[in-house]
Design a protein around this ligand. Structure first.
Ligand code: PMP
Length: 285
C-alpha cells in the first residue's frame, strides 16, 4: 500500500504529517463544514450532489466557497489518483481559517482552511449485508440546524459510541417520539409495502444516498412517502433500513434488541440494494 496522501491549503503530502495551526477555528470552535464522497474503482458517486450540499452548508454558515465546482472535481480527482484509486471514502473539510486569536465573531478577510484526504471505503461486510445490523434508539440532543453538514459532531459521536457499546451498528435519533435519522445515516421504514422516510427539513441531513435511493425506488414503481416516522411505528415496521455514503443501503434487523419484522433483511431491502448496485454499475462503468 502506498502511503496516504493529503491535501492541505494547496500542498500535497503524507496524511500522517498533514498539519493545521492550533489557531484554526475548526480546531478551536468547530467552525467549519465537511463532506464525505464515496469513490468506487477511483470514481466518485454523485460528486455533483455532494458538492452542491457543500455549497449549501458553506452558504448557511456564511463562509465563502474556496473553489468552483470544477476546481473541486479536479482537486478530488487528483486526491484519489495520488492515493492509488480503488474504493475510497473521500473526506473534505473547509474551516473559517486560522485567525490571530480565539474570538467568537467571524474575523474579516480570513482565508479558509481546506483539507482533503481519502480512506478505504468501509462498506458493510457480507455478514452485515446478509443478516442486517442492530441499532439502538436514543434521544436526538442535536441543535436545530441538522441540515448543515457541520464538523461539530459531539452529539452524533456520543450516540454512535452508545450504539457501539451495545454491539450495535448505529443509533437512531428520536425527537418528540419521531425518528429523525441515524447518527451518521438516514432512516427508512417499510410499512404495508410502502417505503417511508422523514422529509427533508432542519431536523435531518439531506443525505445524498437517501435522495438517490428515493429516485431509484420511484423509478422502479415502488411506493414511497416522505413523512415523519414515529418511533412506535418504526418498531412495528416490516423492514427498517439505514442509508449513507459508506453503508449504501443496509438492513436493520433489530431495534433495541427487538427484531424488525422477521428479524432478517426483507424483500424490499433486497430490491433496494439491487437497484443501488445496478445504478453504480450504470454510472461508474
Ligand atoms: N445523516 C447524518 C447525520 C450523516 O452524518 C450522514 C452521513 N454523512 C447521513 C445522514 C447520510 O448522508 P449521505 O448519504 O450523504 O452520506
Amino acid at each position: 500500500m502506498t502511503e496516504p496522501v493529503a491535501y492541505v491549503n494547496g500542498q500535497w503530502g503524507p496524511l500522517a504529517q498533514a498539519r493545521v495551526p492550533v489557531l484554526d477555528r475548526g480546531f478551536l470552535l468547530a467552525d467549519g463544514v465537511y463532506e464525505v464522497i464515496p469513490a468506487y474503482a477511483g470514481r466518485m458517486l454523485r460528486a455533483d450532489e455532494h458538492l452542491a450540499r457543500l455549497e449549501r452548508s458553506l452558504a448557511e454558515v456564511r463562509m465563502g466557497n474556496p473553489h468552483t465546482r470544477a476546481q473541486w472535481l479536479d482537486l478530488l480527482g487528483r486526491l484519489i489518483r495520488e492515493n492509488g484509486g480503488g474504493d475510497k471514502m473521500v473526506y473534505l473539510q473547509v474551516t473559517r481559517g486560522a485567525a490571530a486569536g480565539r474570538g467568537h465573531p467571524f474575523p474579516e478577510n480570513l482565508p479558509p482552511t481546506v483539507v482533503a484526504f481519502c480512506q478505504p471505503l468501509p462498506l458493510p461486510s457480507a455478514e452485515m449485508r446478509e443478516d442486517g445490523v442492530g441499532v439502538i434508539a436514543v434521544p436526538d440532543i442535536r441543535w436545530s440546524r441538522c441540515d448543515i453538514k457541520a464538523i461539530a459532531l459531539l452529539p452524533n459521536l456520543l450516540a454512535t459510541q452508545a450504539a457501539k457499546e451495545q454491539g450495535c451498528n448505529e443509533a437512531l435519533l428520536v425527537r418528540d417520539d419521531r425518528v429523525t435519522e441515524g447518527a451518521s445515516s438516514n432512516v427508512f421504514a417499510v410499512l404495508d409495502g410502502t417505503v417511508a422516510t422523514p422529509p427533508k427539513n432542519n431536523e435531518i441531513l439531506p443525505g445524498v444516498t437517501r435522495d438517490l435511493l428515493l429516485e431509484l425506488l420511484r423509478g422502479a414503481g415502488v411506493p414511497v412517502q416522505e413523512r415523519p416516522l414515529g418511533l412506535a411505528e418504526l418498531r412495528r415496521a416490516d423492514e427498517v433500513w439505514i442509508t449513507s455514503s459508506t453503508r449504501e443501503v443496509l438492513a436493520v434487523a433489530r431495534v433495541d434488541g427487538q427484531p424488525v419484522g422477521a428479524g432478517r433483511p426483507g424483500p424490499l431491502h433486497a430490491r433496494a440494494w439491487a437497484l443501488f448496485q445496478d445504478y453504480k454499475r450504470r454510472v461508474l462503468i
